[in-house]
Design a protein around this ligand. Structure first.
Ligand SMILES: [Zn+2]
Ligand SMILES: [Zn+2]
Length: 343
């Protein structure tokens, strides 16, 4: 089958022919219906230091996908062949201490699809039946593929109650924009979006931000306070910018909370004593999705049309043109970018 590969330890992806996977015990074989491209894929493409340490080429890349079940491995009893499914990209071990506690999202042996095992940018993929999530035929393959990053936003918003709260979202990529929509649905009274990029601020408005603030080299604290019209109860940090993290800790009122999803390239400089300890702030690190609670909520939002996830998807390319998809993402002039698999 055709697949997008990290074929060698260098920048770029290659299109290659690889053997179609067979479902092992406990696995299902999926025919890929749609995939979407993540910032992680850009790191793999660029072969950044994280990718160099983590990935062992050759590897079929890609982890955000929707598929149709076409075969079962030994011991699998569901979902039925023909079922359309979204995919949880984190394959957990089920026996480490975290898994035994039910905290699967922080499994210490997590393997990520398209990073540690062969992934989704191909015509077929085999993965544990526990990692597929039926979505129903009314959810489009593109939207179902985007449920994985959308679930990150749902997870980020789940730490505390957002009803009637003032919320600031730093970073308006697809996950930040999704978080804006989730915060609105959860009843936030005011959602302020911060980004450097006008395209993304537009998308943030479209997803329901009450006001947008253009980030610059200097902190945006005063602009955010003004736009919020009062104290900020919660910050959702999706940018990875150390300037944004510090802003968030200053802006959020005593007793409030911050969900941190963005991963920075440099050390963070925050005034822990004054801006976290003395304010009694809660900082919550968002990794993956909680299993299964995040997926249940994400599915409800998508299936019942509560949130228009399709509005987050702005471009689509054939999988063979993944280079163009990556270039567009790097330009910042897009929301979620999807890929159509080879026949
Ligand atoms: Zn991703
Ligand atoms: Zn585990």
């Amino acid at each position: 089958m055709q697949a997008v590969l990290k074929a060698r330890p260098a920048a770029g992806f290659d299109l290659g022919d690889v053997a179609q996977p067979r479902p092992g015990a406990g696995e299902v074989l999926l025919r890929v219906a749609a995939a979407s491209v993540c910032g992680t894929d850009v790191h793999l493409y660029d072969w950044n230091p994280w990718a160099q340490l983590r990935v062992h080429p050759p590897r079929v890349v890609g982890h955000e996908m929707c598929g149709e079940v076409v075969a079962w491995g030994d011991g699998v009893r569901s979902p039925a062949v023909g079922t359309r499914v979204a995919v949880e990209s984190h394959i957990v071990c089920g026996h480490c201490e975290e898994c035994r506690r039910g905290d699967y999202h922080v499994c210490e042996n997590t393997r990520i699809l398209g990073v540690d095992v062969d992934g989704a940018f191909a015509s077929h993929v085999a993965l544990p039946a526990a990692n597929v999530w039926p979505v129903g035929g009314n959810v489009s393959p593109q939207v179902a593929a985007a449920m994985e990053p959308f679930g990150n936003a749902v997870h980020a918003c789940s730490y505390g109650d957002l009803a009637g709260r003032r919320v600031v979202v730093f970073g308006c990529g697809p996950i930040g924009c999704a978080a804006i929509a989730v915060a609105r649905v959860q009843g936030a009274s005011r959602v302020i979006a911060v980004d450097r990029n006008d395209y993304r601020l537009h998308l943030a408005e479209r997803m329901g931000a009450h006001s947008v603030v253009r980030a610059s080299e200097t902190p945006v604290d005063d602009d955010v306070r003004r736009a919020a019209g009062g104290d900020i109860d919660c910050a959702l940090e999706m940018s990875g910018s150390s300037v944004a993290v510090a802003s968030a800790t200053r802006l959020v009122r005593p007793g409030g909370w911050i969900s941190l999803l963005g991963i920075g390239d440099g050390p963070d400089v925050i005034d822990l004593s004054n801006d976290v300890v003395m304010k009694g702030l809660a900082l919550y690190g968002v990794v993956g999705r909680k299993l299964p609670s995040t997926w249940e909520r994400t599915t409800a939002y998508v299936r019942d049309g509560v949130i228009d996830v399709a509005a987050l998807i702005t471009h689509s390319f054939p999988m063979s043109d993944v280079d163009s998809a990556i270039a567009l993402i790097k330009s910042g002039q897009c929301g979620k970018v999807t890929l159509t698999p080879p026949d």
